[in-house]
Write a protein that binds this ligand. Structure first.
Ligand SMILES: O=C(O)CCC(=O)C(=O)O
Length: 264
């Protein structure tokens, strides 16, 4: 499988519409890849809380239109990162869109763990409730978004549903970059799965972004890692390594489920 992670820069000197056009062009340039990934909330920036309301779009809004066309023009599976979605209930959600090479919306995922504690996304957006996997011809993707990376139980549920490639679009800040790398590797090792984690570059709302998009194999080895600036991280790997790793080192089979609550 050939995958391209588009670590797009989200700076305030570019309009949302200009960035959308640029992102679509970058997707088209990846023709020949199997899977292309964009980061979280790359239209506004994950920390541009004040922009969310004005930039919110319906599920099938302008980003959907641009990305559906880009996926079909390039003939790639496209995880188009996430958009601030205005749901039919009027609430905002941090919603990821996944397209087939024909440009069909195959899956959408509303971020389950909202970031910000009692501020920002955590109060401005509603929480998703449903983990999502996406069946590709020869493998299965499990999707999660940014802060979700800190919650291993979500990833285990994706693996239980057949996920072999865990795709994590993010807008991770530079100040916690060490956590990003560590958690991406941890999710890969404990789930014996590939992790494709795609962040943003640039600075918006005063928050420098970590960049450092990363691809980790089921043994926890880093196959590729971006720098801090805008970059397309291209990588080739064999999804069958997941089954081989799980067979050769069958730790997932040793799970003990349904433990009693701790005593004491
Ligand atoms: O967990 C973190 O440190 C970063 C999370 C985040 O920035 C987000 O979910 O938007």
């Amino acid at each position: 499988m050939r995958a391209s992670l588009i670590q797009i820069a989200v700076n305030e000197d570019e309009t949302v519409e200009a960035r959308r056009v640029r992102a679509a062009a970058l997707v088209r340039e990846q023709a020949g890849a199997d899977l292309v990934v964009l980061p979280e909330l790359w239209t506004t920036g994950a920390f541009a809380f004040e922009e969310f309301d004005a930039a919110a779009e319906p599920l099938r809004g302008p980003t959907y239109e641009a990305m559906a066309k880009a996926a079909s023009d390039a003939g790639v599976w496209l995880h188009a990162g996430s958009v601030p979605e205005r749901g039919p209930d009027g609430r905002l959600y941090n919603t990821s869109l996944v397209f087939s090479p024909a440009g069909d919306l195959t899956a959408s995922y509303r971020k389950i763990h909202r970031f910000g504690f009692d501020k920002g996304e955590a109060v401005l957006m509603g929480a998703g409730r449903e983990p999502v996997t996406v069946r590709l011809p020869d493998t299965t993707l499990g999707v999660a978004t940014c802060y979700d990376l800190r919650f291993p139980e979500l990833f285990r549920s994706l693996v239980d549903a057949g996920a072999e490639i865990l795709v994590v679009p993010a807008g991770w800040p530079e100040r916690r970059r060490a956590h990003w790398t560590l958690l991406a590797r941890a999710r890969a090792v404990e789930n014996q799965a590939f992790v494709l984690a795609c962040g943003t570059a640039g600075t918006h709302a005063g928050v420098p972004q970590a960049g450092h998009s990363i691809v980790v194999d089921p043994w926890g080895e880093v196959l590729a890692e971006a720098g801090a600036d805008e970059e397309v991280l291209a990588v080739e790997f064999d999804p069958e390594r997941v089954a081989r790793t799980r067979e050769q080192f069958p730790a997932l089979k040793d799970r003990v489920l349904g433990l009693e609550p701790p005593r004491g």
